[in-house]
Design a protein around this ligand. Structure first.
Ligand code: KIV
Length: 272
C-alpha cells in the first residue's frame, strides 16, 4: 500500500498557538482559509497557509443551506477528520456549530470531540466568556469570534457590517478584551470597520484574524469557495476572486497567501 505522504513523521513541524503568537509579536501576518476536505487541506498546507479553519460555513458552501444553523456537531467532526488527515504544518481550528455551547459543560463535551477529530482549537461565536474559561481550564484552546455572528443571523436580521455606531464599537472592544481575559488564544473579527479592528488588534496580545475587518489585523481569513469564486452564494464585498489572475487553484491560493503576508489584501475596496 502507498504511504500517506501527509502522515505524521514526514519531518514537517506543525504550527502551534505559541508560534502564531510569536508571528504577531514580530509583525508577520498570519494567513488563513477555510477547508472542508483532505484534498484542499493538502493544497492549503503545501502553499503554506498558517491556519486552516473547518468553518461551519460548510453548511452554506458544501451543504447548500441558506445559513450555518443546520450544521451539526457530527458534520463538523466528519469534515475536521477529513481536513486533519491531510494537513501537516497548518494550525487546525474547527467551529463549534449552533447550539453546541449553550452551557460550559455542553461546550466541553462537544469541543472534546472536535479535538479528538484532529482540531488544535475550537472556535465559538460571541462573548461567551464563561464557556471560554471553562474550556481553557479543561485544556481546550479557544478562538473567539466577534463582529458579525452568522449563527445569530435571525437575531441580527442580515449579513451587515457591525460596530459602526460608537456604542456598538465600544461593546466589541470590551467583549474582545474580556474574551482575552477569559483565556481565548485567537480572535476572529468579522465584518467590522477597519479602524475598529486596528484598535482591537493593537490592544490585544493574542493574534486577531480579520474577515472584512481591514488590513491591519494580525492575519486574514476567507471562505475558500468565495476566493476561488465557486460559491453558490454571491461573493461578499470583503472577499476577492483570486482565480482571475491565476492559471490554477494552487496559484490562486498562493496569490492570496502572498497578498496577506505583504499587506496587499484586503485593499480599501474590501474593507469598511
Ligand atoms: O465558518 C466560517 O467559515 C467562519 C469564517 C467566516 C471566519 O467562521
Amino acid at each position: 500500500m502507498k504511504k500517506n505522504q501527509y502522515a505524521s513523521g514526514s519531518g514537517i513541524k506543525r504550527l502551534s498557538i505559541n508560534q502564531l503568537a510569536a508571528m504577531k509579536q514580530r509583525g508577520e501576518k498570519i494567513s488563513s482559509l477555510t477547508a472542508y476536505d483532505a484534498s484542499f487541506s493538502a493544497l492549503l498546507d503545501k502553499v503554506g497557509i498558517d491556519i486552516i479553519l473547518v468553518g461551519d460555513s460548510l453548511g452554506m458552501v458544501i451543504q447548500g443551506h441558506e445559513t450555518t444553523l443546520p450544521v451539526t456537531i457530527n458534520d463538523m467532526i466528519y469534515h475536521t477528520r477529513c481536513v486533519a488527515a491531510a494537513r501537516r504544518r497548518a494550525f487546525l481550528v474547527a467551529d463549534l456549530p449552533f447550539m453546541t455551547y449553550y452551557t460550559p459543560l455542553v461546550a466541553a463535551e462537544q469541543a472534546a470531540r472536535l479535538l479528538q477529530a484532529g482540531a488544535q482549537m475550537v472556535k465559538l461565536e460571541g462573548p461567551r466568556n464563561e464557556c471560554i474559561s471553562f474550556l481553557v481550564d479543561q485544556g481546550i484552546p479557544v478562538c473567539g469570534h466577534l463582529g458579525l455572528l452568522p449563527q445569530s443571523i435571525h437575531q441580527v436580521g442580515s449579513y451587515k457590517v457591525q460596530g459602526k455606531e460608537q456604542t456598538d464599537a465600544a461593546k466589541i472592544i470590551d467583549d474582545a478584551y474580556q474574551l482575552e481575559q477569559a483565556g481565548a488564544g485567537l480572535l476572529v473579527l468579522e465584518c467590522i470597520p477597519a479602524g475598529l479592528a486596528r484598535e482591537i488588534s493593537m490592544q490585544l496580545s493574542i493574534p486577531v484574524i480579520g474577515i472584512g475587518a481591514g488590513v491591519e489585523c494580525d492575519g486574514q481569513v476567507l471562505v475558500l469557495y468565495d476566493m476561488l469564486n465557486i460559491g453558490i452564494i454571491k461573493r461578499p464585498r470583503f472577499s476577492k476572486n483570486f482565480m482571475v489572475e491565476a492559471a490554477d487553484i494552487e496559484q490562486a491560493i498562493n496569490a492570496y497567501h502572498q497578498a496577506v503576508k505583504q499587506l496587499q489584501f484586503p485593499a480599501a475596496e474590501h474593507s469598511f
